[in-house]
Design a protein. Structure first.
Length: 256
């Protein structure tokens, strides 16, 4: 495996540090995933899935160190090979099925001396470095205005959805007539959901026993596939080498 020195050379590291627009990244990757077994290290075009997020972080001009938070030594070893820092393993109590983002983020901030962190989930390999760099710059220019910067994309309106009660469809919202769910989507407010492209989490908010706080700023994103199932992985494989793939070329150049 070649040493990925080329990745370091493309960073404008010292300049961006000087202007205080650098941020470290954290990638959460516990073992024991249920939907797709060992999904964080599933191979995508001959490289483990987590490698895409690690190399992505190292490609971003405004990202400093890339950390991986994991409870698994195998994932830790793989992550280090691709250039991530894994200074400790995540405690078991923060790695259960019921564990939340707050748990591993609290553990991270207790051990790493930073004021904020870029959260990159390992299940989105087709990120755009330019989009995230611009988001980081926006964060540092406006960070006093919100508690969290969260990447979101427009999604299907919950007003058109149903919950099933006693075997029948009921509107999601109480006291909403069921016929209203058949109105055109343009009749309802635009709805957005977090898509995992990136989040920027503040230490001060974690110290207030919250993950996101009460002023979450929506940073509008293009649609991106979040890998939870084999079907999702198959869809992403179709994007390898396409205009959506910014990472495979770097992986081939530096790690094959």
């Amino acid at each position: 495996m070649k040493i990925a020195a080329g990745l370091i050379n493309i960073k404008i590291y010292h300049i961006t540090r000087f202007f205080n627009k650098m941020i470290d990244a954290i990638i959460p990757a516990r073992s024991g995933s249920k939907g797709l077994k060992n999904k964080n290290i599933k191979l995508l075009n001959n490289h483990p899935l987590i490698a895409y997020s690690i190399v992505f972080g190292r490609l971003c001009n405004n990202v400093g160190d890339v950390y991986v938070s994991t409870d698994c030594q195998e994932i830790a070893d793989i992550s280090k090979k691709y250039g991530a820092k894994v200074p400790f393993l995540r405690p078991k109590e923060y790695s259960e099925d019921e564990s939340t983002d707050y748990d591993f983020l609290k553990h991270f901030f207790e051990n790493i001396n930073v004021e904020e962190v870029l959260l990159l989930r390992p299940t989105q390999p087709m990120r755009d470095p330019h989009y995230v760099d611009k988001g980081i710059e926006f964060y540092f220019e406006n960070k006093d205005k919100f508690s969290c910067l969260r990447s979101v994309e427009e999604g299907k309106s919950p007003y058109k959805g149903y919950k099933v009660i006693n075997g029948y469809c009921e509107a999601i919202f109480d006291n909403m007539e069921k016929d209203l769910t058949n109105l055109p989507r343009q009749s309802f407010p635009k709805c957005y959901h977090a898509n995992g492209h990136f989040d920027i989490i503040k230490k001060e908010i974690i110290e207030q026993n919250s993950t996101l706080g009460d002023k979450i700023y929506p940073y509008i994103s293009q649609k991106i596939i979040d890998i939870d199932t084999q079907h999702d992985l198959d869809l992403v494989e179709c994007q390898v080498g396409s205009k959506f793939d910014f990472i495979s070329k770097q992986l081939r150049r530096n790690y094959e």
